[in-house]
Design a protein around this ligand. Sequence first.
Ligand code: BYC
Ligand code: FE
Ligand code: FE
Length: 502
Amino acid sequence: MTTERAPVGTAPAPVGPLSKIDYSQRIPNNVNLSEDRRLQRALESWQPQFLDWWQTLGPQLPTKDVYLRTAIAVGRDGWAHFDHVPMQEYRWGIFLAPRDLDRRIGFGRHKGDPVWQEVPGQHRAELMRLITVQGDTEPASVEQQRALGRTAPSLYDLRNLFQVNVEEGRHLWAMVYLLHAYFGRDGRNEAEQLLRRHSGDRNTPRILGAFNQATTDWLQFFMFTYFTDRDGKYQLGTLKESAFDPLARTCAFMLKEEAHHMFVGASGVQRTVQRTAELMAAHGSVDLFQYGGIPLDVIQKYLNAQFSVSMDLFGSEQSTNAAAYYTGGLKGRWQEDRRDDDHMLRAAKYPMRTVRGGAIVEDTVPYLTALNLDLRDEYVADCRNGVHRWNQALAAVGLDERLVLPHEGFNRTIGTYAGHWISPTGEVLTSEEWHRKAEAWLPTDEDRERVAKLMVPHYQPGDFAGWIAPPKVGINGQPVEFDYVHLDDEASLEDQACGVRR
Ligand code: BYC
Ligand code: FE
Ligand code: FE
């Protein structure tokens, strides 16, 4: 069936139905699950609910199997084993980065103490809150993306979507493990709630704003994996510094998987821009819908929308929560150990932009309460790199047009800019002025409809939709035209009805 490269290290246990569970066999883990009866019992009741959730709110497109990477061990190669597997039999595992016995707390008032292997009573509620918020985003994104399989631009992209989906599922497992193992009955309740809230649900929505929007099409999916998964990367980077060692180790391992999500977003947008640039150069026109491409101004609007909603995920620029998390040792800064200061920040200051008297001004505020902003500034700098690389596709065909990141205050609903009307270039406008121009800045219903019309599935190996350039290389050394996904007969029949051969 496959010719995947042999994994180094442990051979994977055979994949089979999960109905009869031998935990030590079926749930790949490095947390001694086979010895831990309490954890086994908690998972025994949660896991069927998870599978039920995956069946009802996971990927809609029926597939036989998908060429997926599965983590089977934490070692250098063990976490990246590739094979065609039926998705419902994906072996969601529990992995923590290896323990460093000498690790000490790197910041805050417990700085220098050994890290915690158990949850201290004084920080229990805050830690559970952070883990719950993190855990809530993972299944939310799977729910948001569930319909996309029906309109994939290629089998290669379809496989990448499913890879992201199963890994977000595993990230949910990672947080549920922490809730089950360290927070007793309260943790078990929270773990159930993670499957009860749903993206966009009017009564039980997901916790954070960006996770309640539908991912309408593949351009939005690529923007989401670029901008919103990147918030995930930065948030996980701060939790990786946590004094609560099991959380730190869990997040360190999740970050390995996150790299692929970054890749899907960055390369997905790049390939879209590349095709747009080629069509613009070939036809000398910007109205590309007629040529089966996505106009650059529509790409810019999608970028504006996803960037601004992702900026909201960092919380308020000034946050006493963030100060308390830091001082308590629960959540550090991005690359805390590379920061050249006292890691306590009691007297330190930080520059913060805000709107005053109809203009954007810079204030100097206590660093401790500005840690959400500190993280967001790191994030924005990273986002800028991506935009710069996308622009190279435009430069390569001699075009002068460029994509830009909008101003940090544009279209914000959380923090200091909320309630102000800032243009993408950073002018402070009246609500009326802003709304008059909003159609030029954010995707309109018509834009989304026209993009949606281009989203026709391409399920033949090596076939790609016309709005996106093929990638240069395939996954795990496989050719681009590899049969990454075997569709279910049911899906194939529907495709034939739509005129797509298989
Ligand atoms: N929407 O003090 P403030 C990922 C709430 S993405 C709704 O300013 P704080 C992924 C806030 O919860 C990474 N509510 O904020 C990506 C607080 O409520 P409570 C997810 C919001 O607490 C793609 C109140 O407003 N991980 O992994 O300093 C695919 C006051 O807020 C929002 C994390 O976020 C919002 N946008 O910071 C899959 C890490 N923003 O508590 C996965 C864990 C704020 O007063 N979470 N609020 O009721 C945290 O570190 C923090 O909770 C936040 C907020 C950074 C989110
Ligand atoms: Fe995740
Ligand atoms: Fe992710």
